[in-house]
Design a protein around this ligand. Structure first.
Ligand SMILES: Cc1cc2nc3c(=O)[nH]c(=O)nc-3n(C[C@H](O)[C@H](O)[C@H](O)COP(=O)(O)O)c2cc1C
Length: 326
């Protein structure tokens, strides 16, 4: 790693940006009673006893005089659901508080709702900090929720995923000497997770006298009805299953799909029973997801989805997108 001693501002910024932070909105009230607020990630804890926190404000911020003259300000640690709000409070000239619901706090400083944590503060000290002013506040009240916190890293919003306190066996077990196929192989992890999540669905399919093959066909028709076998196959291809005339005849006999003949072309649609069966499967899949999200925690479940979507994009050999606009 090359050590930089000259201060190229961009490189310095980039180096500082590697320090991953949460994102806050800090609010106060101007003398004329108008609400003022900015997005800030310079927030940090200072002291537990007395309880104190700090943050720094750029000297060219329009809100500087208000924060400098005001006595009270509130720090809102934003949740992953509040990224849009963060963007709004980071822009000058917007009506930042338009349609924002507020709680009543212990001071006149606006108190935002639905945050991960909130600290209601009174200015204790202000320090010169180069092109910023450092505000140190005494915390007069605080509250927090279990909403996942929004993170910020290298100029981009991020999601924080917690590592387990003790290492999972998966990552540490050495592979058997004759085989380099470890428990840590991404394909194995994905497959194992997928098949375990399908456990309950397989039982439902058995009760419905169906199998995974039928499940894929019904799910595709539930999203895009009225398809030929060839079209069905383009959407089912990623599963490795091949839809045949025999598959469709079976579902027709079960009265789950019906054919519509137009000259030479045969298209398949879901019957009311087919839609019902598919919706039951979807409801179960959602219940399984809810159960797993509760075990992982909402923030980690959200982070997992982001990574899986990136994985799907990164591994896509060019298959059609079932959800793309027609
Ligand atoms: C994630 C993020 C973190 C930020 N952190 C700070 C900060 O700590 N201090 C600061 O002065 N500006 C920070 N900014 C920029 C201000 O939010 C932005 O300049 C804002 O428009 C200032 O508002 P004002 O000029 O209306 O006072 C941050 C912006 C973003 C997107």
């Amino acid at each position: 790693m090359a050590v930089q001693t000259s201060f190229d501002p961009q490189a310095f910024r980039a180096a500082l940006g590697t320090f991953t932070t949460g994102v806050t909105i800090i609010t106060t009230q101007a003398e004329d009673g108008s609400p003022v607020g900015i997005t800030a990630n310079s927030f940090n804890s200072v002291s537990l006893n007395p309880p104190m926190v700090l943050w720094s404000l750029a000297k060219n911020a329009r809100s500087l005089p208000v924060f400098s003259n005001g006595r009270h300000w509130n720090v809102h640690v934003l949740s992953t659901e509040q990224e849009t709000l963060s963007g709004r409070f980071a822009k000058q000239g917007e009506d930042k508080f338009a349609e924002v619901e507020l709680d009543t706090g212990i001071s006149e400083a606006p108190l935002l709702q639905d945050c991960t944590a909130r600290f209601q503060c009174r200015t204790a000290f202000q320090y010169e900090g180069g092109d910023h002013v450092i505000f140190v506040g005494e915390v007069l009240a605080f509250d927090h929720s279990d909403r996942a916190p929004l993170a910020f890293q290298s100029g981009q919003y991020a999601l924080a995923t917690r590592k387990p306190r003790s290492e999972l066996r998966l990552a540490t077990t050495p592979p058997p000497p004759e085989c380099s196929y470890t428990e840590d192989l991404l394909g194995y992890l994905l497959g194992r997770g997928h098949y375990q999540m399908l456990h309950a669905l397989r039982r439902l399919l058995k009760n419905q006298q169906l199998d995974e093959h039928a499940f894929f066909i019904l799910s595709v028709l539930c999203i895009r009805d009225n398809l030929t076998i060839e079209e069905l196959n383009t959407f089912v291809e990623y599963t490795g299953h091949v839809v045949s005339l025999a598959s469709m005849r079976f579902l027709e006999r079960q009265k789950l799909v019906a054919r519509e003949v137009n000259g030479e072309q045969v298209r398949y649609v879901l019957t009311a029973d087919g839609r019902e069966a598919s919706l039951q499967e979807l409801a179960l899949a959602k219940a399984v997801e809810e159960d797993i999200s509760a075990k992982l925690g909402a923030g980690d479940a959200q982070a997992l989805k982001v990574l899986l979507k990136r994985l799907i994009a990164a591994s896509d050999p060019g298959l059609p997108d079932l959800w793309a606009a027609r």
